[in-house]
Design a protein around this ligand. Structure first.
Ligand code: PLP
Length: 398
């Protein structure tokens, strides 16, 4: 008898879909593989943080921390102030064990069965499961491409997608997979809609530290009318290459935070010794972040133009985050087939654009989590693979 009979009904679609594949599919090391699928930085957590964890444990930080370490929350408030936002550590921060848990908790705080949460298209795939789990419907607003080829928020699409069931709208800024950093004008437009429609705005800002060129990260929570309706989701995963040790937090206005805190997730799930190390990271970790940024920048500057050299691929420079999301529509191959065949033939992993929404079709995502030499090798293999594709059938329409 299939195990579906025991499952909560909202889990059944994902049980049936989870038969394999995906950027995260567990796989052992494979000779010659260049894995640009998952966004797991190739930098190791720095030694001073490892030491801080050990020192904290030796110092007795091994007990319950019900509401999160107060000094850690203080350090988070100090950090977010650099974006011009004053946050009260006691009433406006909850500690989470990563961005994924922040998504789960923020959704759990507000979504009732039958309500809608509006998410951009394309968008990171990790919002889908939690929305479904809480019985909510994920609606989509298509992003549209600007002149530079980057996907941007489209206020007409956003307004058209909001219904009287819409409880919240979620933006990812800087955006994974698109690489967009929202401008002040875009953020003001989104804030105006959120206030007018009286909905919650969830801002996934986990790539805050990774902006390129003239782009700067601006928070939406301090725009007029937004503190009371914004939840900012943050994670140490990318900022400090801390994906395995699980650290994150949510910032919200004090009243909305009462709702977030009411979600019964139990005792604070980020280990106490890591919270202590988090203080160290927020105080002393910025040279390490700058080194990573310099390296990501090199990778972007190498790979974006190199991909665009390949006939049929156009790759815009991202404004933020460390992904490339090139347009492969000229090749006439569905993105899932492109990524599967590229892996099968050339052992290069990427994520198919269709996994980020209907509007992501015609694109693939490369996570720049390998050094330039590996990216160069990956690009040579991608070029070889593209050259082996059959010519695109001519369009039936002139
Ligand atoms: C946009 C976005 N939000 C949330 C997450 C999840 O973060 P974490 O790894 O901290 O759970 C990711 C991870 O890749 C992400 O890209």
């Amino acid at each position: 008898m299939p195990v579906e009979r025991f499952a909560k009904k909202e889990l059944i679609p994902s049980l049936q879909a989870r038969r394999g594949g995906g950027t995260r599919a567990r796989m052992g090391p494979m000779e010659g593989m260049i894995n640009l699928g998952a966004g797991d930085p190739d930098f190791n957590q720095p030694e001073f943080i490892n030491k801080a964890v050990y020192e904290a444990m030796k110092g007795g930080y091994t007990h319950y921390s019900f509401g999160g370490d107060p000094e850690f929350k203080q350090a988070i408030a100090g950090y977010y102030k650099k974006y011009g936002v004053d946050v009260d550590p006691n009433t406006q921060i909850v500690i989470e064990s990563g961005g994924s848990q922040a998504i789960y908790r923020s959704f759990g705080a507000i979504l009732n069965p039958g309500e809608e949460i509006l998410i951009m298209d394309p968008a990171y795939g990790g919002y889908r499961g939690p929305a479904a789990y809480f019985g909510a419907t994920m609606t989509r607003a298509k992003l549209t491409k600007g002149k530079d080829g980057l996907f941007r928020p489209d206020m007409d699409n956003i307004r058209a997608a909001i219904t009287d069931k819409t409880k919240a709208m979620l933006i990812c800024n800087p955006d994974n997979p698109c690489g967009t950093v929202y401008t002040e004008k875009e953020l003001k437009g989104l804030a105006e809609v959120a206030v007018e429609k009286d909905i919650v705005l969830i801002a996934d800002e986990i790539y805050t530290e990774f902006t390129w060129g003239d782009s700067v990260h601006r928070p939406i929570i301090n725009l007029p009318g937004m503190e009371e309706r914004t939840m900012v989701l943050m994670s140490f995963s990318k900022t400090f290459a801390w994906t395995g040790c699980r650290a994150g937090y949510i910032i919200a206005g004090p009243e909305l935070m009462r709702v977030v805190k009411a979600v019964p997730t139990g005792i604070c799930s980020m280990p106490v010794a890591f919270q202590r190390a988090g203080i160290k990271a927020l105080n002393d970790g910025w040279d390490f972040v700058d080194e990573m940024k310099a390296e990501y920048k090199k990778r972007i500057e190498f790979m974006a133009p190199r991909l665009s050299e390949i006939e049929g691929i156009t790759c815009p420079y991202p404004e933020g985050a460390f992904y490339l999301f090139p347009d492969i529509s000229e090749l006439g191959v569905p993105s899932a087939k492109f990524s599967q065949d590229l892996f099968a033939k050339e052992k290069v992993r990427c994520a198919s654009g269709s996994g980020y929404g209907e509007n992501g079709e015609g694109h693939v995502r490369f996570a720049l989590v390998r050094p330039v030499e590996d990216l160069a090798e990956a690009c040579d293999r991608i070029e070889k693979f593209v050259k082996s594709l059959p010519p695109k059938a001519p369009s039936a329409y002139p």
